[in-house]
Design a protein around this ligand. Structure first.
Ligand SMILES: Nc1ncnc2c1ncn2[C@@H]1O[C@H](COP(=O)(O)OP(=O)(O)OP(=O)(O)O)[C@@H](O)[C@H]1O
Ligand SMILES: [Mg+2]
Length: 504
């Protein structure tokens, strides 16, 4: 019998009336990469909070190497056992990599920080774990994957050999994900054990050997990934057999549909002379790597940025660049890239967040009946499959994916003429993704123009056409029906395979 590196048993965790975990269990063996999957709100992050000593469970036990977990207050002891890398950085962006690695434990020379030794030790540490990052670089300037590697190296330097990755790939493009994965594999080879949380089931199959499924706050199963093919895995997550949703045939957008968004010669530091139109009832995708300018372009159309040249018109009126409120008034709904920073007001309830863009429509002269608002918000919560107690619950209580759905609810609430969506399904589970994308489909049916920026092929597949940006310029246009490799080739800036070659 191998002693598990980590073992959680009978874990119960309540938040007021919410039972976030009713039967949390996890057994991770040394040296494996273990996936933890489940729908939004299933209890994954809650279990991680318990495993990393951020929160005490109401019931149940956690053991490391057969020994009971340290008391909650002994942070140093926890740091020697486990660390979690989140989407949001836990390093200080203004500090250098070396300073972040040795924060609060800098090498001292006669009472002063020895910068020379600090940099030397940091370089040695990064070298040990094969992390190719300059110790003197400002952490804010690092690429996301490098920042994540610095956090992992820091955790390893405390002695931890168990690293939790909670949705680490949600902000990475395909190439960055590949690089992160090859580093994870290398670290696994050096004896590091990983717990990996992701809604991208493909990633689970790529990097993990074992998978644990949570559903409705309960442990459902733990199995080798090889024994749980994708349909069985989705069934374990959803609690019901999931039939492959057939790709719906859709009617082409009529050529005489009105142009809702008309962009001409738009330029900024991030993109160059962009011409693009989106008609009512048309869904246009924008694809590209993280440096392609696709997000900056979408944020310009949403009123977050001012271009250096060119024009954009929404329903024939000039778009008021740089003024989010005016752009919203002009009929543009927006799902921003980062729900933490740009998305939600964390002190407010779900209902207030979802309806804040439409208060003038819900009531006269600024007065909104609470009943009316409540009914409206409840409707949105149902339609978007948001797992919550009700509209009064603060958004800060929501799980990551459910928070993303509130952002989407708000964008849809104003019945926009143009919807601008940036990574709309990031962090959203497989089933909720379907209902979210179905909402986009019905907006399209109603004649809304939609501009979708996404790294997800599933999001882009629903588009009438996909434009690919490369170094700030539109380099390709793919009408619906493209093959994955064709789109990926133009995103990566390599020519697609020549005509007539059979590429399976
Ligand atoms: N601080 C909190 N206060 C109240 N309820 C909370 C709090 N944190 C989490 N919850 C609730 O506990 C449940 C489990 O949330 P958790 O964050 O563990 O889900 P998750 O599996 O990580 O989901 P996701 O995939 O969306 O991130 C959810 O219903 C959530 O709303
Ligand atoms: Mg979570």
């Amino acid at each position: 019998m191998i002693t598990p590196l980590v073992e959680a048993r009978d874990v119960v965790k309540r938040y007021g009336p919410t039972v976030a975990l009713a039967d949390g269990r996890l057994t991770v063996l040394p040296g494996e990469s273990h996936a933890l999957v489940g729908r939004n709100g299933a209890g994954k992050s809650t279990l991680v909070n318990v495993l990393t000593g951020l929160q005490a469970p109401d019931e149940g036990t956690v053991r490391f190497d057969g020994e009971p977990a340290p008391p909650l207050a002994d942070r140093d002891a926890w740091r020697r056992k486990v660390a979690c890398v989140y989407q949001k950085p836990t390093v200080v962006p203004e500090l250098t990599v070396a300073e972040n690695l040795f924060i609060n434990r800098q090498p001292l020379q006669r009472g002063f920080i020895s910068w020379r030794r600090l940099h030397k030790e940091a370089a040695a540490l990064l070298d040990t774990w094969d992390v190719h990052v300059d110790p003197e670089a400002r952490t804010a300037d690092l690429k996301v994957e490098d920042r994540q590697m610095v956090e992992i190296a820091r955790a390893l330097s405390f002695g931890a050999r168990f690293i939790v990755l909670d949705e680490p790939t949600a902000q990475l493009d395909n190439r960055e994900i590949e690089r992160l994965f090859s580093r994870i594999r290398a670290l696994q080879g050096s004896g590091v054990t990983f717990l990996f949380i992701s809604h991208h089931l493909q990633e689970v199959y790529e990097v993990c050997q074992t998978v644990t499924v949570l559903r409705d706050a309960r442990w459902i199963t733990t199995a080798p990934v090889a024994d749980l093919p994708r349909p069985a895995l989705v069934e374990a997550m959803a609690g019901e057999a999931v039939t492959g949703s057939a790709q719906q045939a859709r009617d082409a957008v009529p050529g005489d549909a009105p142009v809702v968004l008309d962009v001409q010669g738009l330029s900024s530091e991030s993109y160059d002379h962009i011409d693009l139109t989106v008609r009512g009832g048309e869904v246009v995708g924008l694809a590209g790597t993280s440096g392609s300018g696709k997000i900056e372009l979408a944020e310009t159309v949403a009123g977050l940025r001012t271009p250096t040249g060119g024009t954009a018109r929404v329903q024939e009126k000039p778009l008021p660049f740089g003024d989010v409120r005016a752009v919203l008034k002009a009929g543009v709904g927006f799902v921003p890239r980062d729900r933490h920073d740009q998305g939600l007001v964390s002190g407010m309830s779900i209902g207030d967040n979802a309806t804040m863009t439409v208060l003038d429509r819900l009531g006269r002269r600024g007065f909104v009946g609470t009943d009316r608002k409540r009914r409206f918000a409840t409707g949105l919560i149902e339609r978007l499959d948001i797992h919550a107690e009700g509209p009064e619950q603060p958004v800060s209580d929501l799980s990551g994916g459910n928070a993303q759905k509130v952002v989407m609810a708000r964008a849809l609430a104003s019945d926009p003429r143009l919807l601008v969506l940036v990574n709309p399904t990031a962090g959203v589970d497989v089933k909720s993704k379907e209902s979210l994308l179905a909402r986009v489909d019905s907006a399209r049916e109603d004649g809304t123009a939609v501009l979708v920026v996404s790294d997800e092929l599933d999001d882009l597949r629903r588009c009438d056409r996909v434009l690919v940006l490369f170094h700030g310029r539109i380099v390709a246009e793919h009408p619906a029906g493209w093959h994955d490799h064709e789109l990926i080739a133009s995103i990566e800036g390599v020519d697609s395979m020549p005509e007539g070659v059979d590429h399976g």
